[in-house]
Every structure is written in structure tokens, then in C-alpha cells.
Design a protein around this ligand. Structure first.
Ligand code: F6R
Length: 623
């Protein structure tokens, strides 16, 4: 089953999972179930707080959710109001104590938090001077104590939240309950995502929509700088000064099943197999019957004519897509293009010409480094364009213009379909600009025709799945894998290497094939595998020479080439063939798919936890 995101679909990708519920069901069980639905995102500890007739209850455990489950089975909490959190550690190790929620000093309030409080250390010192004691190393517990201090002089929790926020600096989505206001949840958001669900006689909040879907389809995607106060039959939104604010209710019409694995063993392989559809969706409405490429949301023609340089700024897989974009823009448009890691760019003193364009590529649209780099460009009054998957995400909202990749929700931590969609959008953009700038030598119609065939060609590549699985099985003892190629194949190799290391934990070495003899060749010995991308016929002979260099030192070769090429048959130990297109750039885009499958199957045969690789989270919303 392939998930078809409705046009109005908005998905937020916070690091931590948040759930909160007020209603007739056992709230402790509801919020646990909601956390389960957010489990795919990755976390290291979890906890639940609930109102009891005599006060608050709090259950927390480091590790997977089933550790919390065992505790809940022992304690059997019953409550009509509860909040729960799955944590991805930022301040303090993933321990029971550091897990959320946290009490304030008096124990009257329990608070959970997604984000980072930047001034928590100075606040903590101040609170300690006033006699506060802390159980954890977290910034969240400090926020709970600040909230507790402000819960005075007859203030209700909502007013205490307004006052506390004024003392806190940073990014947050908070949810709190108090012993003194049975049945009420108060939540607040600034920068970190939060959604609310409106039910019949029940209301709830969560960090992401899938948590709400079994309970309600009426969702409020909270704007920034909002406080929500709710009970089972009351729901109100204010700004941080307590002024009532209107909110928009969205009816989410997609099925919760659609976001689940759809018969595949893991989200990653499901998403790999979605790529033909993703490509079709990504192209939809963007290539006319006359083969004219037109992208909604992009700049006007005069802007495209004026631009003298492009800076592509992104992280990880999105950065690798950017490297492909550089090749498209320079090869097809002769437009100078640089690629920067967001984390480097944000602290650099970049040379930004007023006629340049900064392109931000991001699946989640929430990556903290990319967002900071975007703001740096805006301070320098540089035009910004986002290529983003998550509709309504921060990068999408803050860029001057945005082009959505339309890849649907990506749940696997290892990005696959987002990469393909990003590279397709970059190619569409290059063709759009080529038309506006009347680039000589670019056969726009031919490229558009080729693009239209990409979905079907991706489907053909997927037919290699069983062969790749068998090959991967035979290779699982490999301790070091090189990813090599020339031109665009070298860029794709970086992505193939990232996939393998992040999910199969196998060390990789990646570089342009011609660079091998300048150092990396020293690492080649029997047992080392070299994956060669060889989809560019212009340099194939050179690649064959590089293959021989590796073989001469005992290395084993897996070559990925096009189905019109037989030059590697009998040369490389293993050859995978993908459909040949009439564009070296599109060949390279397709060649990423067998690399994704190779990484997936090696990880699977090694028994790795594929959708939630160790040490990684889906969306990196902290620096
Ligand atoms: C790797 C992966 C990461 C992300 C990176 C940027 O498989 O998923 O490298 O590509 O964290 O994330 P976004 O695209 O959400 O900005």
C-alpha cells in the first residue's frame, strides 16, 4: 500500500513524542497508546504523569516503551487526565530520572517538554539559591520549577504558564497538569511543534498528528507562540499574553493505517518501494502536455534571469541531493553553484552576492542548523527558496518561496524517497530556469520526456530487490565498503555510503574514483568491497581502470551500471544494471535506489534495528 497524502496534509516532525488527554477513557492508557503511535521517530526514555484523586502520579523509564509498559502494568494507573512523553536526550543522559514529565518544587505540577531552554543554567542557579532541589539534569525540570513558582497569587495554570514563558528563552512545546485543576491540561508552543485534537467529550494534544488519529480527525495545528487550555469539554487558545486567538480546525481524512508499514517489514523498505509513486507525485502538474516544465511556488522569470549564483544549504541526505543540484545547475545552466553543510554555513562569514539565491533542502523542514542558516541569509537580504517535504514546516514557512517535494510522510530515520524527490525537484527547477534563461544546448523536451519515464524506470530498478537481498547476504562479513564513481556517480556514492553506515553500522569510505590513488587506495585489501557507480558513459573507461586498481589490491567490486552497457560484464565480481536514460544526471538519480536497497538488506541480514538506527533521530531540531 502506498500512502497518498491529501493536499491539506500537514505533518510535523518533532524530536520527542508528546501526548496529552482529557476525557472519559483511562487517560494513562490513551497517552501511552499515543506515544506508541509516535514510536517510529526514535526516543531513549518515556514517562507518563496523571491526575489522581489525591494528587499526581508519575511513571518513567529509560529505554523502550515496553519498559514503561511493564511499570504501568504493575501500577495500573487510572485517570481522566494524563500527559506522556518519549524523550530524545539533549540535557542529561537517557535515565529514569531525566525522563519526562518532571514535577515542580511543590509536586503540584507535572510538565513535559520538547525543545531546549537556553537559559536553564542561570535559572537553575537562581532557583537553587531560593532553596529548590532538582532530581534530574534536564532543562525541562528547571522549566517545571519556574512554572511552579509562577503558580501563585490565585493564578490559574494557564496564567502561570504565561508568566513562566516570559522567564524562559529557547524552543519549546510544553504540556502541564496540576493537582489543583482536575481535568485540565495546559500546553504552550514556541518553535517546537504541537497539535491538538478535538473529540466528542474528549480533547487532546500531541507533537504529531498520527498520535491523534485513532481518537479524532478534527485537528488544530497550533500556530507559534500559543497557549492551549483544555478539559474534556473546553478548548481555548490564547497568545502568550492571554489574549484569545482564533484557531483553524483541519479535518484529517487519511487513514492511520496509511502511515503504518503497509505489509513491509520496515518503513525504510516500504518507502524505498514508494519511490515510483513519489516520482509521479513529484512530477504531477509540473510537466505540461506540451512538455513545458512549470513549477508553482518558484520565483518570477525576472528573478531567474537576474540570479548570478546559487548556494545550496542542507544537512545529511538533503545535502547530498544538493550536490546533485549543483551538477544540474552548473552542467545545464552554467550557473555557479556551491553546496554548504548548514552547520558550517551558519557560523561562517559567507560571500553572499545580492543577486544570489540560497536554496534550503530539507525533508522535515525543521532541521535546526538549516533553519539557522536560513535566518542568516535573511538577515543578509538574500533570496531564499525552500525545497521541503513537510508542508507548513518552519523552513517552508520562513523561506521566501517553497517548492514541496510531495514525497508523503517519511517515517524511516534513513531518508530514501525524500532524496529521490529532492533530486527530481532540483532537476525540474533546472529545466524551469533553463527555459526562462533560454539556455542553448539543453534539449528541454527530451529531458521532460525522460523525467516522465523516471517513475516507471524506478519500478524496474525495484525488481532488483531479491537479487540485491541475496547479494547483501553474501556480503555481510564486509567490514569496509568504498563508494566510488565519477561525476554525478561520485555524488550519489556519498549518499549510498551514508545509508550503509547509518543503518548497517558498516564503515565506509567515499570519494571520486580518480582520487583513490591519492591516498584512500591504501585501505584496499582482501575483504574490502568497492561499490562503483558507473552510469555515465562518458567516463566509463576511466571507471574500469579504477576498478582494476582496486581488484589488483584484493578488493571486490560491485558495479552499478546501465542496462545498455556490457563493458563491466566479466570485469566486476557483481554487476547491477538499471534502465538507461538519455541523461547522465537521471541515470545517477536512479542509481541511488540499488544503493538504498543494498544498505537496507545488509542491515536486515545483520539484524540491525533499521527504522530507528542507534544514536539517530528523524528530525534534528536541536543544534
Ligand atoms: C539520513 C538522514 C539525515 C537527514 C538530515 C537532514 O538518512 O535522514 O542525514 O537527511 O538530518 O534532515 P532534513 O532533510 O529533515 O533537513
Amino acid at each position: 500500500m502506498v500512502f497518498q497524502a491529501p493536499a491539506a496534509y500537514v505533518r510535523l516532525t518533532p524530536v520527542c513524542g508528546i501526548a496529552g488527554y482529557a476525557g472519559p477513557k483511562n487517560a494513562a492508557e490513551v497517552v501511552y497508546d499515543q506515544l506508541k503511535r509516535l514510536e517510529y521517530r526514535g526516543y531513549d526514555s518515556a514517562g507518563v504523569a496523571f491526575q489522581t484523586p489525591t494528587g499526581l502520579g508519575l511513571l518513567k523509564r529509560a529505554g523502550r516503551l515496553n519498559a514503561l509498559r511493564s511499570l504501568m502494568d504493575e501500577e495500573k494507573p487510572e485517570a481522566s487526565t494524563a500527559i506522556a512523553h518519549s524523550r530524545w536526550a539533549t540535557h542529561g543522559a537517557p535515565t529514569d530520572r531525566n525522563a519526562h514529565p518532571h514535577y515542580d518544587q511543590s509536586g503540584r505540577i507535572a510538565l513535559l517538554h520538547n525543545g531546549i531552554i537556553e537559559n536553564y543554567l542561570e535559572l537553575k542557579e537562581e532557583l537553587i539559591r531560593r532553596g529548590h532541589t532538582f532530581q534530574s539534569e534536564t532543562d525541562t525540570e528547571v522549566a517545571a520549577h519556574v512554572l511552579g513558582e509562577e503558580y501563585r497569587d490565585g493564578r490559574i495554570l494557564e496564567q502561570a504558564m504565561q508568566a513562566a514563558i516570559k522567564r524562559l528563552r529557547g524552543a519549546f512545546a510544553f504540556v502541564a497538569i496540576s493537582t489543583e485543576e482536575p481535568g485540565r491540561l495546559v500546553a504552550a508552543r514556541s518553535a517546537s511543534p504541537l497539535v491538538a485534537g478535538l473529540g466528542e467529550g474528549e480533547n487532546m494534544v500531541a507533537s504529531d498528528i498520527p498520535a491523534l488519529l485513532p481518537y479524532t480527525r478534527r485537528v488544530v495545528i497550533l500556530e507559534n507562540d500559543r497557549i492551549v487550555s483544555l478539559t474534556r469539554d473546553e478548548f481555548r487558545v490564547t497568545d502568550f499574553n492571554g489574549h484569545p486567538k482564533e484557531y483553524e480546525e483541519t479535518l484529517i481524512d487519511w487513514d492511520v493505517e496509511a502511515a503504518e508499514k503497509g505489509g513491509y517489514e520496515h518503513f525504510m523498505i516500504k518507502e524505498i518501494h514508494e519511490q515510483p509513486d513519489v516520482i509521479h507525485r513529484c512530477l504531477a502538474g509540473r510537466i505540461g502536455d506540451d512538455l513545458r516544465v512549470k513549477i508553482e511556488g518558484a520565483f518570477s522569470d525576472s528573478v531567474w534571469q537576474e540570479i548570478d549564483r546559487v548556494n545550496i544549504i542542507a544537512c545529511g541526505t538533503a545535502f547530498h541531493a544538493g550536490l546533485m543540484g549543483k551538477r544540474f545547475f552548473e552542467d545545464l545552466l552554467r550557473l555557479p553553484t556551491d553546496c554548504f553543510y548548514s552547520s558550517e554555513f551558519r557560523y561562517s562569514d559567507p560571500l553572499l552576492s545580492p543577486r544570489s539565491l540560497a536554496i534550503f533542502i530539507s525533508q522535515s523542514g525543521e532541521t535546526a542548523d538549516s533553519l539557522a542558516a536560513l535566518r542568516l541569509c535573511q538577515r543578509n537580504r538574500i533570496r531564499t527558496l525552500g525545497i521541503v517535504n513537510v508542508v507548513g514546516s518552519s523552513i517552508a514557512r520562513e523561506c521566501d518561496r517553497v517548492i514541496y517535494t510531495q514525497a508523503g510522510p517519511e517515517i524511516s530515520v534513513a531518508s530514501t524517497k525524500a532524496y529521490t524527490a529532492q533530486t527530481i525537484v532540483l532537476m525540474l527547477l533546472a529545466l524551469h530556469i533553463a527555459r526562462v534563461r533560454e539556455m542553448p544546448g539543453v534539449d528541454l523536451n527530451r529531458m521532460a520526456e525522460e523525467l516522465r519515464l523516471m517513475g516507471d524506470r524506478a519500478q524496474t530498478v525495484l525488481e532488483l530487490d531479491d537479487d540485491i537481498s541475496a547479494l547483501a547476504k553474501s556480503l555481510i562479513d564486509t567490514k569496509l565498503v568504498f563508494f566510488l564513481g565519477r561525476n554525478a556517480d561520485a555524488s550519489v556514492g556519498l549518499e549510498g555510503a551514508l545509508k550503509l553506515k547509518e543503518i548497517a553500522y558498516i564503515a565506509t569510505q567515499e570519494c571520486p574514483a580518480g582520487e583513490m590513488k591519492h591516498g584512500p587506495l591504501a585501505l584496499i585489501e582482501p575483504g574490502v568491497l568497492a561499490v562503483f557507480g558507473s552510469t555515465d558513459p562518458r567516463v566509463r573507461e576511466k571507471v574500469v581502470s579504477n576498478i582494476k586498481e582496486v581488484q589488483a589490491r584484493g578488493g571486490t567490486i560491485l558495479a552499478i551500471t546501465t542496462d545498455d552497457d556490457s563493458s563491466l560484464d566479466g570485469v566486476a565480481e557483481h554487476v547491477l544494471k538499471i534502465p538507461a536514460t538519455r541523461s547522465v544526471h537521471l541515470n545517477a538519480i536512479l542509481s541511488a535506489i540499488p544503493m538504498q536497497m543494498l544498505a537496507y538488506h545488509m542491515a536486515r541480514h545483520l539484524g540491525c534495528e533499521i527504522d530507528q538506527p542507534r544514536n539517530l533521530a528523524k528530525s534534528v531540531t536541536v543544534e
